[in-house]
Ligand binder design. Structure first.
Ligand SMILES: NC(=O)c1ccc[n+]([C@@H]2O[C@H](COP(=O)([O-])OP(=O)(O)OC[C@H]3O[C@@H](n4cnc5c(N)ncnc54)[C@H](O)[C@@H]3O)[C@@H](O)[C@H]2O)c1
Length: 315
């Protein structure tokens, strides 16, 4: 499996770039905002959590990084199209361009949706509001983000000095934060897992007609507030690994700067990062049957897909 190694040298390519991040106030999003800012990017981030968002903005501004990074927070509910539009408009107004977008916002399941159901419970139609909100946050919002990012990236003037220095080879991108639960069965988190599978499907199916790259990052268990302490204790107690959010943030930045990564699924689990589509596609003939696999590949190209992947190999 092709491993993806974070390159601090390549990461310098974000310097001066304008990057929009949603769900950036806490956890993996906040760690990513911090790393990008340290590397000299202009980060414009949104989150529904205004207090932590404003506090992160203030604390990063106080650091005054030598690379010239800037940071700007705006209250954003990603389920609102006008909110996400306003976030992109703000980035464009302040910096005159958008170079990349990263979607981190998400919420987790109400595990009662599929369990111990009574007729009284299912006759209460308001109960569906919770899952609708979750699908809106975890799946529809990244689709809105993509729609907006493509327009704002396309409207951005070419980057000054793009062909010289460390910014050479930077290509615009959209990175989705999916999950290992977006690739594997996760019965305790059924709706969450379904939305995260949706992000993998979105990444695979986005057309290859734009110069913008799209990638889905699939983290395994990560030490953030999304995992309650009791779950973390049980998880560690069973001998499973929980990685720090910094590892995931570095993998997100690698997706932003690594021009080889396009419509890829990058897994980061137990502190290791690797691309999973290349190996999976080798199994298509066994999984789908020889003829179907060939037809899926050919018709994918017919409908604007990337066709056979270029082997990642060594960078
Ligand atoms: N922590 C893990 O183990 C883990 C594993 C796999 C994937 N992920 C994914 O990583 C991403 C970041 O998760 P995290 O672990 O940092 O969780 P987190 O709860 O610490 O952060 C999620 C952020 O999203 C924000 N958010 C939620 N709803 C929002 C909305 N409607 N509008 C705007 N912002 C909203 C929250 O306020 C929060 O700041 C998520 O997409 C999550 O699904 C996390």
């Amino acid at each position: 499996m092709p491993s993806i190694t974070y390159s601090p040298e390549k990461a310098q390519k974000v310097k001066g770039r304008v990057i929009v991040v949603t769900g950036g106030a806490q956890g993996i999003g906040a760690t990513t905002v911090t790393l990008l800012h340290t590397l000299g990017a202009h980060v414009v981030f949104g989150d529904i959590a205004s207090g932590p968002g404003a506090a992160l903005e203030d604390s990063l501004k106080a650091t005054n990084p030598p690379n010239g990074g800037t940071v700007h927070f705006r209250h954003t509910d990603v389920t609102s199209y006008p909110d996400q539009l306003a976030l992109f408009e703000e980035a464009f107004k302040i910096h005159g361009r958008v170079d990349a977008a990263i979607s981190c916002a998400a919420t987790v399941d109400d595990p009662t949706w599929f369990g111990n159901l009574t007729l009284d419970a299912v006759r209460n139609e308001t109960a569906s509001a919770g899952i609708s909100k979750m699908v809106a946050t975890n799946l529809v919002a990244p689709m809105i983000l993509t729609h907006l990012a493509l327009a704002f990236i396309t409207a951005s003037p070419s980057f000054p000095g793009a062909s010289i220095g460390s910014n050479q080879g930077f290509t615009p991108s959209v990175t989705f934060t999916s999950s290992l639960a977006g690739l594997t069965p996760t019965p305790g988190m059924t709706i969450y897992s379904s939305t995260k599978h949706g992000l993998v499907g979105l990444t695979r199916s986005l057309p290859a007609v734009t110069p913008t790259r799209f990638n889905a990052l699939c983290p395994g268990a990560t030490d953030t507030a999304m995992l309650p302490d009791v779950v973390k204790d049980m998880w560690r107690g069973a001998g499973f690994r929980i990685q720090p959010p910094e590892v995931v943030a570095r993998s997100i930045v690698q997706c932003v700067v690594d021009a080889r990564l396009d419509r890829r699924v990058v897994v980061v689990a137990g502190g290791e990062t690797w691309e999973s589509e290349e190996e999976l596609e080798k199994l298509w003939p066994a999984w789908l049957g020889e003829v179907n696999a060939k037809e899926v590949e050919d018709s994918g190209v017919f409908f604007g897909g990337p066709g056979k992947r270029i082997k990642l190999g060594r960078d």
